[in-house]
Design a protein around this ligand. Structure first.
Ligand code: FES
Length: 183
C-alpha cells in the first residue's frame, strides 16, 4: 500500500494572492513611500513657516475727486463708511463707524435745528448721526451723547493732491473736530 506524505502547499498565500517574497518587497516599498511622504510634508511645513502671512488691506489714502465736483452738503462714501462734508470752500470728513461695536451710523437730518451745548459751547445743529444697532447718538460734530458709544466718531484728515488737485482722504490720520480743509 502506497503512503502519501502530506507536503506544504506551494500555492500563493491565501487572501492577497502574493508570494511571501513579493509581499515583503511590496511592504518595504509601501513603508518607504510612507516615509518619503511624511518627510515631504514636514519639509513643506518647515518651508511655509518661513513665509510670513501677509494681510493685504485697502490703501488708507485715496482720492475722491476735485473739490469743485463734490456736492455741497454731505456725501456718503459707502465703501469707505465715511461722510464727507462740503461747506462752501471748507471740507471735512467724519467716519460712519460707530465707536461702540462698529455699526454704520446714519446721517439724520433734524426736522428742527437743535440747540445743544458741546464742550461748554452752545451750538445749533441741523443733523445728527444715529446708530441703528444699539441706539447710540452723536451730534453733528460726531460727539457721542446717548447710548453705549464710549467716544466721538473719528474725523479724518483731508488734503489736496499736489499732482492733480483732487481731494485726498487719509483714514490713517485722525484729526480734531475743528479740522477744516479750506481750498
Ligand atoms: S454699534 Fe452703535 S450703538 Fe452699538
Amino acid at each position: 500500500m502506497k503512503l502519501f506524505k502530506k507536503t506544504e502547499s506551494q500555492t500563493p498565500a491565501a487572501g492577497n494572492g502574493l508570494l511571501p517574497e513579493t509581499r515583503r518587497a511590496f511592504l518595504q516599498k509601501l513603508g518607504l513611500g510612507s516615509l518619503l511622504a511624511g518627510l515631504a510634508g514636514f519639509g513643506w511645513q518647515s518651508f511655509r513657516a518661513l513665509i510670513p502671512n501677509v494681510l493685504y488691506e485697502p490703501p488708507q489714502k485715496f482720492k475722491i475727486g476735485l473739490p469743485a465736483n463734490l456736492a455741497e452738503g454731505v456725501t456718503f462714501l459707502e465703501d469707505k463708511r465715511l461722510y464727507v462734508f462740503k461747506e462752501g470752500k471748507s471740507f471735512y470728513a467724519i467716519s460712519a463707524a460707530c465707536t461702540h461695536l462698529g455699526c454704520t451710523v446714519k446721517y439724520t437730518k433734524l426736522n428742527q435745528p437743535k440747540q445743544v451745548t458741546i464742550g461748554g459751547e452752545k451750538q445749533t445743529i441741523p443733523f445728527e448721526f444715529h446708530c441703528p444697532c444699539h441706539g447710540s447718538k452723536f451730534y453733528a460734530d460726531g460727539t457721542n451723547y446717548a447710548g453705549p458709544a464710549p467716544r466721538p466718531l473719528q474725523w479724518h484728515k483731508l488734503e489736496l493732491s499736489p499732482d492733480d488737485g483732487q481731494l485726498v482722504i487719509d483714514l490713517g490720520s485722525e484729526v480734531e473736530q475743528n479740522f477744516r480743509l479750506t481750498v
